[in-house]
Ligand binder design. Structure first.
Ligand SMILES: [Zn+2]
Length: 201
């Protein structure tokens, strides 16, 4: 889930249609740290995919966000959605591939519903990305995005690879208590995952 102040009114306008949704997973959940699997070919055009995307829209709008990735609602699939008024038209990105242009050189503000209470003004992103993706019926698309739209896409795409924005945040103004809590959660989760892979071995 990406949240940005510039577009928070989007959630407020649409909140009334929300009747309920999945809850968003929090930083402690190991699904957020997994590399998600591609959406299977047989899912294109299916009721299952439609329902999942509907739930993701509700979850995102409910929280006033501008993007959400499937792992954040507990489904480890390569799928995210984004919508930010005039900046990013409402789009469902299935099995996206992102081409990054130039260096990651733009600092900007981000937050994430999976990391409550943590906002950073210093998350480094590329200014421009090209995304190849499928729509819900399997159609192929290529689009290039810049600025805030490119930031939303990079934030959500990272979720599909088990990465969170706090991994690349190095701003000194981040509240120390929050940083400690998040770091502790990440360390505990890594321990759990290590223990699990040792048990599997
Ligand atoms: Zn997020």
């Amino acid at each position: 889930m990406a949240r940005f102040d510039e577009t928070s009114s989007f959630g407020a306008q649409r909140a009334s249609i929300v009747t309920g949704s999945r809850t968003t997973l929090q930083i402690e959940d190991s699904i957020l740290r997994m590399v998600a699997r591609p959406v299977p070919e047989e899912m294109f055009g299916s009721e299952t995919l439609t329902r999942l995307v509907e739930e993701m829209w509700m979850c995102m709008i409910d929280a006033g966000g501008v993007g959400i990735a499937a792992p954040q609602v507990g489904i480890s699939w390569r799928l995210f959605i984004g919508s930010a008024s005039s900046i990013l038209p409402s789009t469902v990105f299935v099995n996206p591939e992102v081409e990054f242009h130039g260096e990651a050189s733009v600092l900007g503000e981000e937050g994430c519903l999976s990391v409550p209470g943590w906002r950073s003004a210093k998350v480094l992103r590329h200014s421009k990305v090209t995304v190849r993706y499928r729509d819900m019926d399997g159609g192929s698309h290529v689009e290039t995005y810049e600025g805030l739209a490119a930031r939303v896409i990079q934030h959500e795409f990272d979720h599909l690879n088990g990465k969170l924005f706090i991994d690349i945040d190095d701003s000194p103004e981040v509240d120390d208590t929050l940083r400690r809590r998040a770091m502790r959660a990440m360390a505990e989760m890594e321990d759990r995952m290590k223990a699990r892979s040792e048990a599997d071995a």
